[in-house]
Design a protein around this ligand. Structure first.
Ligand code: WTA
Length: 641
């Protein structure tokens, strides 16, 4: 097999649960007789009423729905806590590593976490939170973030976690969209020694979001809290609540959470995940893809504000009785050795991170890695964007010491958990390929007209049938759910990603084919950045595209047309976007453009803008439909100057 790298037969230190034959057999069953397959798999969860109905989904417009296990009853927090108490009560559930390496880390056993979550749930009840209510979370990476999520799940409230790097405007937008009346936050967050003013950001958001009446504040710093009306201190309320909080029986299809994510158009969408199917998918993929074994320490170095944190810091590992590590800090602070020091300190077995982190660490030199032991590592994982083969090799050879397979897991906020990834031990890996589909996942590659392409080919990645972890709807906008994902190619879920399949049947994700860009593994809609720019009084029009960036994967290039007679500095506009959306959306480049290439019907030709941003001035393709062909030359002239 050309360019094969990791060979499980010779390199895996002990056999994984599934070998190539085991996988092929399980995959065949999952596709050929899904009902029998899922009927067996549902037993990995504890049901109050075991489901007798399985996949009832249809991707066709006439009877469109996504539904699994519809007569099942369960509680997600009981699955992540109560059922483990007899066997794993004294086992660490969460190990917390603080931002400051000299501060004490914290360990919570399953028994301790169970108690904390019951108490947290009772605090929420005390504040009037009921089943079905939406609870917004805006928290740093502290154990209370996981507790708040599971406390919501315990009483059947729906959490909506907003990433701690988002601005007050972005928080308010998400609160308004799901009509949430309570937000749980902290006085501050710490990242790389810098303070993030979380409480103040939520206070500013509250002014823009009238539904938000209650703010619950967790104190993390030494200074006493200063509370405004509507703010409550968590430590005060929790002091006299009961340790007992019975888990609320929930239908498998009841929403567990909403997570906002960027798409090609408009404002971020509230992706809704279910209780039963989502948890089953998070648990099954965590166990299988990471070949998880009892007693191991699993570290997913994402933030709980993203789907990766939901599925692989909180729900997947805790459903499986694993020990999950939560890291508050950043990989490069105080030194670029931090990740590997954390691995050694807590004897981490599996490290799941993002290519952008690897590229940043690679640049700092191998000595930061080789000064540590890392002998506890058995598996590595990569997620969020395509991993370039150079980063893959470095990850495998230097941090992994050539011993650890790399689980390059392709998935999306919408899919709930991993979809295409190498199962360690099942087959040889190729650097940069997400390899083969997971159980129950049937990918197809289609051309622009939706025709299925066979064999070695390249095109648009779609999924043929539903899987349990699939999102159920867009909050409050079921029509948008259908339009966004199922109307481009009839009868198929369209991922928005391009993909190549090689002669061995391996899948290689080539990146987004829509107007979503991926900056350091963070997903951003170009439309959102454009909307933020045109809010500036000097800006008449804006068009944003991604361009290849050595560290971030993609950078943000904004073409801006100013209003006649207006002036603005590029730094001013960069700061403006930063304030409107958050630091992750700050444009790398602002190009003050004399005009934009548009078709005669007024549609911006982004293909051309992408080429100009990439510095590829030779291949503009057909420009004959442009209203003003001279605009392209002017844009190129600016870039060359
Ligand atoms: C990209 C993150 C290549 C892809 C879990 C997808 C990847 C988007 C990979 C979803 C991977 C994620 N290889 N590309 N292993 N993982 N992507 O919703 O473009 O934040 O559509 O979910 O990230 O980003 P999201």
């Amino acid at each position: 097999m050309a360019s094969t790298f990791f060979d499980p037969d010779s390199e895996l230190s002990h056999p994984a649960a599934l070998d190539a034959k085991g996988y092929a057999e399980a995959y065949r069953r999952s596709i050929g007789d899904g009902e029998a397959y899922w009927n067996a798999e549902v037993d990995r969860l504890d049901w109050i009423r075991r489901p007798t109905r399985f996949d009832e989904s249809s991707f066709d417009e006439a009877d469109f729905q996504v539904r699994w296990f519809a007569d099942g009853l369960l509680n997600v927090s009981a699955n992540c806590l109560d059922r483990h108490l007899d066997e794993l009560g004294d086992t660490p559930a969460i190990i917390w590593e603080p931002d400051d390496p000299s501060a004490a880390s914290r360990t919570l056993t399953y028994r301790e976490l169970h108690r904390e979550i019951c108490r947290f749930a009772n605090v929420l009840k005390r504040l009037g939170v009921k089943r079905g209510d939406r609870v917004t979370l805006y928290l740093p990476m502290i154990p209370e973030a996981a507790m708040a999520m599971l406390a919501c799940a315990r009483i059947g409230a729906i959490h909506s976690v907003v990433f701690g790097g988002f601005s007050p405007e972005s928080i308010a937008q998400r609160i308004v969209d799901c009509d949430s009346s309570i937000c749980i936050t902290a006085d501050q967050g710490l990242r790389g020694g810098k303070v993030v003013p979380l409480q103040a950001n939520v206070a500013a958001a509250a002014k823009l979001a009238p539904s938000l009446t209650t703010r619950l504040i967790i104190r993390t710093a030494d200074a006493p809290l200063v509370l405004e009306p509507g703010e409550h201190e968590y430590a005060v309320l929790v002091a006299d609540v009961d340790d007992d909080c019975p888990p609320e029986p929930m239908n498998a299809e009841d929403p567990l959470f909403i997570l906002y994510t960027s798409g090609s158009t408009g404002k971020p969408k509230g992706v809704v995940h279910s209780s039963g199917g989502y948890l089953l998918w998070a648990s099954l993929t965590h166990q299988t893809a990471f070949d998880y074994r009892r007693g191991e320490v699993f570290w997913c170095a994402a933030d709980v504000g993203w789907i990766t944190g939901h599925s692989y810091i909180v729900y997947g590992p805790l459903a499986n009785g694993a020990t999950t590590l939560m890291f508050e800090g950043v990989p490069t602070w105080p030194t670029p050795a931090r990740f590997w020091e954390v691995v050694d300190r807590h004897q981490v077995t599996t490290l799941f991170t993002a290519p952008t982190v690897l590229r940043a660490l690679m640049r700092e030199g191998d000595h930061h890695v080789t000064s540590t032991s890392r002998i506890s590592l058995r598996l590595l994982g990569s997620v969020g964007e395509p991993i370039n083969p150079e980063a893959w090799r470095w990850f495998h050879e230097v941090p992994g010491g050539g011993r650890c397979p790399i689980v390059d897991m392709w998935w999306q906020t919408e899919t709930g958990g991993g979809m295409i990834m190498p199962l360690p031990g099942a087959w040889p890996q190729k650097p940069g390929s997400a390899t083969l589909p997971f159980m129950g996942v049937e990918p197809v590659i289609v051309d622009g007209e939706g025709r299925r392409l066979e064999g070695a080919t390249e095109g648009n990645l779609c999924i043929v049938r539903s899987w349990p972890g699939q999102m159920r709807t867009v909050w409050n906008d079921h029509e948008r759910f259908f339009q966004t994902y199922f109307s481009t190619f009839r009868g198929l879920y369209f991922t928005g990603d391009g993909c190549r399949r090689d002669e061995d049947g391996y899948y290689w994700i080539t990146g987004r084919v829509d107007d979503v860009i991926n900056v350091s593994g963070h997903r951003l809609g170009t439309a959102e950045i454009e909307s933020a720019l045109v809010l500036h009084p000097a800006v008449a029009e804006a068009a944003v595209v991604g361009f290849p960036h050595d560290l971030k994967g993609q950078g943000i290039h904004a073409y801006v047309i100013l209003n006649a007679g207006s002036a603005a500095e590029s730094e001013q506009l960069r700061q403006w976007v930063r304030k409107e959306i958050g630091p992750i959306a700050t444009p790398d480049r602002i190009q003050f453009a004399p005009g934009l290439p548009k078709t005669r019907s007024g549609k911006i030709m982004r293909r051309i803008l992408r080429k100009v941003a990439e510095g590829d001035f030779a291949n503009f393709g057909d420009t004959s439909t442009l209203a003003e062909p001279g605009v392209v030359d002017a844009l190129v002239a600016q870039r060359v100057a």
